[in-house]
Design a protein around this ligand. Structure first.
Ligand code: HEM
Length: 228
């Protein structure tokens, strides 16, 4: 217990926690995107995938609660580090000697806050169905079973111009957050050395570009009516 307390109290320990929780959240985002890209395979493929995800109640709620707890720790620890950094440097330097790091850390905090509100809205809208009554009621037949028609929920929900625009803005925030964040994970865990430095940079950047293109494509095809 004392060891856990010591990890949360030291800033090195908290950076480790940020890296580990950040890695878990990033893994979710990439798996979620791969799942969502099944939209391009048609209604049956996406609806089958959605049914599979919800087929085991214990697993579904285990993963939802686990993900929620990880996100909460990531946010609380990030805010504690940010407050501490600000308190340690109450006066701005007359000449800013670290313009890049300052800009990156400001972007991380602002982007993180924007992503938090986007995810809250996204879950209430597409999973909870509480923001647009009737949106998540769509049903489709999968063999002889009636299932939730996630394909048409996504097309209609994200195809709305205002909603689609919010997805595009959220994608930009997420891509910027991960552009800096993915590389930082390796640095915080002490895995970014002189030998692997360039490989890590290019692999993480390629992953973010893939995420950016994939996540922009979905709202664009929905808004432009390319997928119906
Ligand atoms: C174009 C982009 C996206 C699409 C099409 C999409 C689609 C969906 C859909 C359809 C659901 C509801 C699943 C269901 O209840 O059947 C969902 C849930 C969710 N999405 Fe997304 N999503 C997108 C982006 C994101 C992003 C960027 C994040 C996080 C940063 C995210 C986080 C979540 C979370 C946490 C849930 C709740 C998972 C659950 O209920 O088990 N999504 N998404």
């Amino acid at each position: 217990m004392n060891q856990i307390k010591a990890i949360f109290l030291s800033s090195v320990g908290r950076k480790y926690i940020m890296a580990l929780t950040g890695a878990a959240l990033s893994a979710f985002v990439f798996v979620h995107l791969l799942g969502n890209l099944q939209l391009f395979l048609g209604a049956e493929a996406l609806n089958k995938y959605a049914v599979l995800l919800k087929s085991n109640f214990a697993l579904l709620w285990g993963y939802r609660l686990g993900l929620g707890a990880i996100a909460l720790v990531h946010i609380v620890v990030a805010l504690s580090l940010w407050v501490e950094n600000r308190a340690a440097r109450p006066q701005k330097y007359a000449v800013n000697t670290q313009p890049y790091t300052d800009f990156a850390s400001k972007m991380m905090v602002c982007g993180g806050v924007a992503i938090f509100f986007f995810v809250l809205w996204h879950i209430l809208d597409l999973t909870g169905g509480v923001l647009r009554p009737g949106l998540t009621d769509a049903k489709a037949m999968l063999g002889d079973k009636e299932v939730t028609d996630v394909y048409h929920i996504v097309i209609k929900g994200i195809g709305h111009p205002v909603a689609g625009l919010c997805y595009l803005i959220a994608t930009c925030c997420l891509a910027l957050h991960l552009w800096h964040g993915l590389e930082s994970i390796f640095q915080s865990l002490g895995l970014r050395n002189k030998v692997y430095y360039m490989y890590i940079r290019w692999i993480t950047r390629a992953a973010v570009l893939f995420l950016f293109v994939g996540m922009c494509l979905i709202p664009l095809v929905c808004m432009l009516g390319i997928l119906k």
